[in-house]
Design a protein around this ligand. Structure first.
Ligand code: NAD
Ligand code: ZN
Length: 373
């Protein structure tokens, strides 16, 4: 892998403001109050839209801690499936029909699924139209509704990126609304919130940050800023996942920072071979993004040899079992669909393998890789 830094960065927008640290969540109520007051002064709608991970449905008191009042909208977001364009459109329509055409703010509290819902709905309420229209790069023309992200599990970096990932319900294309307008205006990172995450899920989602960055660092399109974010993300992930207790408070905070920095990293650089193969597993077999990445690592020995060893050392250290053998015995049509879903990601594949990636990632090679997982 060359150390030559080949590319600059076109334009990058960061999160407007953030709070971080144990107890930071208690700042949310103040922030919400300020948004209501400023909306009232301007004669705008004062209602707030809260999109909250379904895990917190039973969490007594969470809504009052969020300063949720009568007249606000609260939707608990199911996470069995990842966001789809139809699902986002339906949620946006429901909110519009309930009168939330221009709420004072939208809060997304949860993992990548919930935060991506908040980003997408914010964009759609402001720009009109349907989600599929904006899948791609810089297609939105107006800033979204002021949006606040509160991650409750760490790794995807969705709290920091300029995209919100969704699967197109008609074409199966997994692609986000990549835009400066998709970036959260305010993010509240409180490691107390990720205390309840189940062990396996904590590892799988956390590894998304590590994987984003090892892919970027091995890529051909690198830049000094992306490299700096990646190095520190990988460093933090090592501290967390090579320690004896990946979920203690210090490690939860480290992983929250790693997730955020990893998000900044992918906003300035590209991923590599793992994410396209992982997208195939998600689109064709319905496997969630983060566990799919970990499954793909089973076939990455030849492409990311040092990181392959380190990944398995981390999973051994934490006693996490990554599913294996899921693609051993599929029919031809399914293998073809996996190939098609993976190979369409030309930017990351070019980053990983060069412009000739199609002559390297032939259908036989890709099927072999899926069989190794
Ligand atoms: P997720 O949002 O589905 O959350 C994973 C699971 O953890 C869910 O079951 C959820 O209910 C549970 N959970 C969350 N917080 C919890 C808590 N505090 N306690 C107990 N359980 C909790 O998954 P994720 O791995 O965070 O996100 C994956 C999604 O993120 C995918 O849809 C992927 O496409 C997307 N993604 C987005 C970006 C981006 O830049 N926007 C980047 C990478 C991935
Ligand atoms: Zn990812």
């Amino acid at each position: 892998m060359s150390d030559v830094l080949k590319t600059g960065i076109n334009q990058v927008r960061n999160v407007g403001r953030f709070n971080i640290g144990s107890g930071a969540f208690s700042e949310t109520a103040n922030l919400i109050e300020k948004k209501r007051l400023s909306a009232e002064k301007k004669g705008d709608q004062i209602g707030i839209v809260f999109l909250v991970d379904h895990f917190f449905r039973e969490h007594k008191g969470i809504l009052s801690k969020l300063n949720c009042l009568q007249g606000d909208a609260v939707e608990f977001i199911e996470t069995d499936t990842e966001p789809t364009t139809d699902g986002i459109d339906m949620l946006t329509l429901k909110l519009r029909n309930d009168g939330f055409t221009n709420p004072a703010a939208i809060v997304g509290m949860g993992g990548g699924v919930t935060m991506d819902h908040a980003k997408a709905v914010s964009n759609l309420l402001a720009n009109g139209g349907s989600a599929a229209q904006y899948q791609g790069w810089d297609l939105l023309t107006l800033p979204g509704i002021f949006k606040i992200g509160i991650p409750t599990i760490s790794g995807t970096g969705a709290e920091a990126t300029r995209t919100c990932v969704m699967t197109n319900s008609d074409t199966g294309l997994k692609l986000g609304m990549n835009s400066d307008f998709t970036v959260f205006d305010h993010v509240i990172m409180d490691p107390d919130l990720s205390k309840t995450v189940p062990r396996d899920q904590y590892f799988f989602t956390g590894m998304d940050a590590y994987i984003h960055c090892i892919e970027s660092m091995a890529g051909q399109y690198r830049n000094a800023m992306g490299d700096a974010y990646c190095r520190e993300t990988i460093n933090l992930c090592r501290q967390v996942f090579l320690s004896d207790d990946m979920q203690n408070i210090s490690n939860r905070e480290r992983l929250m920072v790693a997730s955020y920095l990893g998000g900044c990293a992918i906003a300035t650089s590209y991923v590599g071979l793992i994410h396209p193969l992982s997208a195939g597993l998600s689109v064709v077999l319905g496997i969630h993004h983060c566990i799919a990445n970990c499954i793909v690592m089973g076939a990455m020995e030849d492409y990311y040899p040092k990181e392959y060893d380190e990944f398995w050392e981390m999973s051994d250290r934490q006693g996490i079992v990554v599913p294996k053998g899921l693609c051993n015995d599929l029919d031809e049509a399914t293998y073809n669909a996996l190939f098609k879903a993976a190979i369409m990601h030309n930017k990351p594949l070019t980053n990983a393998l060069g412009e000739n990636y199609q002559s390297i990632m032939t259908i036989d090679r890709v099927i072999d890789l899926y069989k190794k997982m």
